[in-house]
Design a binder for this molecule. Structure first.
Ligand code: 0CN
Ligand code: SF4
Length: 329
């Protein structure tokens, strides 16, 4: 219907199982030990989540040397290198490890391939916390490959003993292009035993591809340092969206983005609470986009148990939230 304003709302979107678990871990630690509870780095890459947890008494630090000795410290969902674990233990900190189990899986792969003396080409963004953590498992064996272009330049010691692994929150298509170029140069390149790009990253990209096809504008809710959120903007643009922007909050949506726009696609990254999406939808409704159609490409019901340090209550009973993430996408 020409001139008909509508919203295509991607599903799955928003919180994944690993983010939910990490956020609940901080809340649970605050409840159990009282404020303050220290958190190394942002627990997940979302400014709203961090601000809310700060209001509840969490203190976010860059490194464990900022944490008073003996205090509780939560490691973020993106994981930490063994050097950080050791530094925390040397300071006598009580660590709660909220690393997503799907990141831990990649750490284990890195350890295993390093033990077998492989050179590990770790596809990911240099400087991202997850990449620092994974690379830190086997610093002598890991070479970071930032982009498809870097795949054309990277040097390996023995082309018969190379494997690629990746960050969990990359663009699937771009990563496959990087691997293709690596394999052209190193035909013996081994694949990871299973997908490193996680289910949540993949599902959100599949959903936004479908939405983008029919969208004049795509709005992605997510923070600037959230790799998976930023990838959703890129994927939308590559799959037919005429324009695509990322916002942290609804009030960042600019009037001029909506000029001449009939169909707005909306999604959110894996670290984004649904309330922020609903605020965008409210504002869009105010601008005449009241017709909202959900475009669902997958069901998600994965949940992870809480970090082991939080699984039992003070009396040693298993906590009923131990099995807990909340909600589906
Ligand atoms: O936004 P996130 O906190 O992290 P990245 O997308 O930047 O990796 O989402 C949760 C992902 C993890 C681990
Ligand atoms: Fe885990 Fe994937 Fe969520 Fe990261 S995006 S926390 S790897 S489920």
């Amino acid at each position: 219907m020409p001139g008909h304003k509508r919203v295509l709302l991607a599903a799955p979107r928003g919180y994944c199982a690993g983010v939910d678990r990490a956020v609940v871990a901080v809340e649970k630690a605050l409840e159990r030990y009282g404020a303050p509870v220290y958190v190394r780095k942002q627990i997940v890459h979302n400014i709203h989540v961090v601000t809310e947890l700060e209001a509840q008494g969490a203190i976010f630090v860059e490194e464990v040397d900022e944490v008073p000795s003996g205090a509780h410290v939560v490691f973020s969902a993106h994981g930490v290198s063994p050097a950080v674990v050791n530094a925390a233990s040397d300071r006598g900190l009580q660590a709660i490890d909220a690393t997503c189990p799907l990141v831990t899986k990649v750490h284990r792969e890195a350890v295993r391939f390093a033990r077998d003396d492989y050179q590990i080409l770790l596809i990911g963004h240099d400087g991202h916390e997850e990449v620092e953590g994974t690379a830190g498992e086997a610093p002598d064996h890991v070479t970071i490959v930032n982009s498809p272009e870097e795949a054309d330049r990277v040097e390996v010691a023995d082309p018969n003993k190379v494997v690629w692994l990746s960050q969990t929150t990359l663009s699937v298509d771009e990563t496959m292009e990087t691997v293709r170029r690596l394999r052209t140069r190193f035909p013996q390149l081994q694949d990871p035993p299973s997908d490193d790009i996680c289910y949540a990253t993949q599902n959100r990209q599949v959903a936004i591809k479908k939405v983008a096809k029919g969208a004049d504008l795509v709005i992605v809710v997510g923070s600037a340092n959230s790799s998976n959120s930023v990838r959703l903007v890129e994927v939308a643009l590559e799959h037919g969206a005429k324009s695509a922007y990322r916002v942290d909050y609804a009030d960042e949506v600019r009037q001029e983005w909506l000029e001449g726009v009939e169909t707005v696609g909306v999604t959110s990254g894996a670290s984004v609470p649904e309330v922020l999406v609903q605020e965008v939808l409210n504002d869009l409704a105010g601008a005449g986009y009241r017709d909202v159609e959900q475009v669902r490409t997958a069901e998600e019901d994965l949940m992870f148990s809480l970090p082991k340090e939080l699984r039992q209550d003070a009396a040693g009973r298993r906590d009923e939230r131990a099995l807990g993430g909340r909600g589906r996408a």
